[in-house]
Write a protein that binds this ligand. Structure first.
Ligand code: FE
Length: 191
């Protein structure tokens, strides 16, 4: 079996996801079928442009790869330098996470009756090719980190909005909430 060359792989992913959303599916179908498309995309690490694979020495990077013209989804490469981690945060929209290179450790959180955030279940490790989903419906709060202390990891994230512009929240374990808008690490995209 032959595989399409790298740019065709990426183009196919964007086209197929656009087509999927054109059908106005319910979220479970988006996560299911979109997750399969993302799994196919991250099964081959040969298409991500170098410019969107650069780690920063101090903070993880979020490079916008594609923003849907109708604002229905965006695709971002998350580049983790050694040991880098997110705070506990939410998304407010559906999200799919597929590891392309290296590995990530993810921990889901839930709020207890005192309003404190506690780990929900065990930490789990996401290896290349694995796809995981988040959303307010199925669990939206987590913390993610690079599984490696000595190398870069990269995952591809798909969200049900132009995620860099969405107002969402970071949480401290004591329940404190801080609003944030992530933006993107790369220069503004053409409108
Ligand atoms: Fe996240």
């Amino acid at each position: 079996m032959t595989h399409p060359p790298p740019p065709a792989r990426w183009r196919h992913f964007v086209d197929a996801l656009t087509q999927l959303l054109d059908g106005q599916p319910q979220e479970p179908d988006i996560l299911d079928q979109g997750g399969e498309l993302l799994a196919q995309l991250v099964a081959h690490d040969d298409w991500l442009p170098q410019a969107c694979a650069q780690a920063h020495p101090e903070r993880y990077q979020q490079y916008l790869l594609h923003a849907d013209a109708h604002g229905r989804f965006s695709v971002v490469s998350f580049v983790w330098g050694p040991g880098q981690a997110t705070p506990i945060h939410d998304h407010t929209v559906w999200g799919l996470i597929g590891v392309l290179r290296g590995a990530e450790i993810a921990q889901a959180y839930e709020r207890d009756s005192d309003g404190l955030w506690r780990p929900q279940g065990a930490e789990h490790r996401l290896e290349p090719g694995v796809v995981e989903a988040v959303s307010p419906r199925i669990g939206d709060v987590h913390r993610v980190r690079n599984a490696f202390a000595d190398r870069t990891s990269i995952s591809i994230h798909v969200y049900g909005a132009d995620i860099g512009t969405v107002e969402r929240s970071v949480y401290l374990e004591d329940g404190t909430r801080k609003r944030f808008v992530s933006g993107y690490s790369n220069a503004a995209q053409p409108a």
